[in-house]
Design a protein around this ligand. Structure first.
Ligand code: UD1
Ligand code: CA
Length: 469
């Protein structure tokens, strides 16, 4: 048996009121369509997945091209039935075809497999995946021949429900398995005689049934996984559901997450056991966090890798960062892309770093900017240190060795090299390289005038005395 999967993703999503194609809207940090493709790709190899694109076809294709799926173009979007007509040629090598909707993103691979197996076991021409959610409004309803029977006589769209069908709570998920021969023998008979003047794929249930073919329905294990996203509000419900699923998965692996409903976790995030995540933290993209870490509230961590025993205090923002074990960051540290914080290193409050390596055990505890800098091991960067890496046209590097001491409020004008073990006096403007083990002071020499303040006070007192007299 050769199985192909068709994903319908050509629709505009009029109900979203958005410029962006519906399937490119994101939940859990990824476009809807990417979730559907990921589930499908666990069931068949990507070249057996045919994605029907139409509205903003190029943007949609670009967004998912790296998955290796195939595409067919539905030039004009004349309904779900028309979308499947467009996929006829591309699916000709298959015996059975599973149809998924690009806007039903929580579907799990296990459920696709259960649908496939039920469909094959029943030797059906069409098998409909259904559910009974709390609120069935907006969905097409599945009319079974009799309650509890597997056989289905029709799918009726919400707007076309007859009075006696209003009470049917079993919804059509928009996900089906077809025997391909039966599908394409009948799909040409669809008519656009309905509220939207579209070709409804759902009408195939009645067409096939009336032609004496077997049409059956199978209920999904969890109703939430077949919920569709037609409005932003519905999408945000699914987003919440997905992030909670991620939180539950991590908690089952030994991660403590306080108030998981407030924590924003993208689907691909990994966290080691005994790490504690506080409320309102965000772990996004491909972020990986080790074990025994603590991530305090309001930190936003994107595409970063964090070792074990790392402490991230409140309000840190980082992207594309690598933080080694035992390091400490924040509160309010900002790691722009390309930073590496070495083992046991410390980046304190209001420290901004960009494309910078801070070596093992080194510290930049307060109020500092380090850009395009390479800093060795065991070095101390005093409060208020600035690497002046930009001359208005080009960026330049700052190289600081091991065991260096940079005094507070120093400006290091790049390109500049500070050798191992060197000292820079506080308040220096360093414009020339400092050799290893040297002391550099680049500031105006201090002038001290003995007794000056006392004399000044005395003069003032004398003046006041005269004025009174
Ligand atoms: C569809 C079903 C409905 C079901 C619901 C489940 C029909 C007529 N109705 O309704 O019974 O309860 O899904 O979520 O099928 N698409 C195309 N080309 C088109 C039109 C749509 O590719 O010409 C794609 C859309 O991008 C979307 C999917 O098909 O991913 C479903 O279309 P949508 O308009 O959302 O259908 P619903 O009204 O939700
Ligand atoms: Ca839909």
């Amino acid at each position: 048996m050769r199985l192909g999967i068709v994903i319908m993703a050509a629709g505009k999503g009029t109900r979203l009121q958005s410029k962006r194609a519906k399937v490119l809207h994101e939940i859990g940090g990824k476009p809807l369509l990417c979730h559907v493709i990921a589930a499908a790709a666990k069931v068949v190899p990507p070249h057996d997945i045919v994605t029907v694109v139409g509205h903003q076809a190029e943007a949609v294709q670009t967004a998912v091209r790296n998955t290796g799926v195939r595409f067919v173009l539905q030039d004009e979007q004349r309904g779900t039935g028309h979308a499947i007509q467009c996929a006829e040629r591309e699916t000709r090598e298959y015996d059975e075809v599973i149809v998924l909707s690009g806007d039903v993103p929580l579907l799990r691979a296990e459920t696709i497999v259960a649908l496939r197996d039920f469909h094959l076991r029943e030797k059906a021409a069409m098998t409909i995946l259904t559910a009974e959610p709390e609120d069935p409004s907006g969905y097409g309803r599945v009319i079974r021949r009799s309650p509890g029977a597997a056989d289905v006589t029709a799918i009726v769209e919400q707007k076309a429900l007859l009075p006696e069908q209003q009470s049917v709570r079993e919804i059509n998920s928009g996900i089906y398995a077809f025997q391909r021969g039966a599908l394409y023998r009948h799909v040409g008979q669809l008519r656009a005689d309905n509220a939207h003047k579209e070709l409804y794929l759902t009408d195939l249930a009645r067409l096939l049934h009336d032609a004496g073919e077997r049409v059956v329905a199978v209920e999904a294990a969890q109703p939430t996984e077949v919920l569709g996203a037609n409005t932003i509000a519905e999408m945000m419900e699914l987003d919440r559901e997905l992030r909670l699923t991620t939180a539950r998965r991590l908690m089952a692996q030994g991660v403590t997450i306080y108030r998981p409903d407030t924590v924003i976790l993208d689907a691909g995030v990994e966290v080691g056991p005994d790490t504690v995540i506080e409320p309102f933290a965000q772990l996004l993209g491909t972020t990986q966090v080790g074990s025994d870490c603590r991530i305090r509230s309001y930190s936003v961590i994107r595409n970063s890798s964090i070792g074990d025993h790392v402490l991230i205090l409140e309000g840190c923002v980082m992207e594309d960062a690598q933080v080694e074990k035992g390091a400490q960051l924040g509160p309010y540290a900002h790691l722009r892309p390309g930073c590496h914080v070495g083992e046991g290193a410390k980046v304190g409050n209001f420290v901004e770093m960009k494309k910078t390596r801070l070596g093992a055990g080194s510290k930049a505890p307060h109020l500092t900017y380090l850009g395009d800098a390479q800093i060795g091991k065991g070095t101390n960067i005093g409060a208020g240190t600035i690497t002046c890496n930009y001359d208005g046209v080009d960026k330049h590097p700052t190289l600081i060795g091991d065991g260096v001491f940079i005094g507070s409020d120093s400006a290091l004008v790049a390109p500049v090299v500070i050798g191992d073990g060197a000292y820079v006096g506080a308040g220096s403007v360093i414009t020339r390289d400092v050799p290893a083990d040297a002391l550099a002071i680049g500031r105006a020499e201090q002038i001290t005038k003995e007794g000056w303040a006392k004399n000044r006070r005395a003069q003032r007192e004398a003046r006041k005395g005269k004025e009174k007299a």
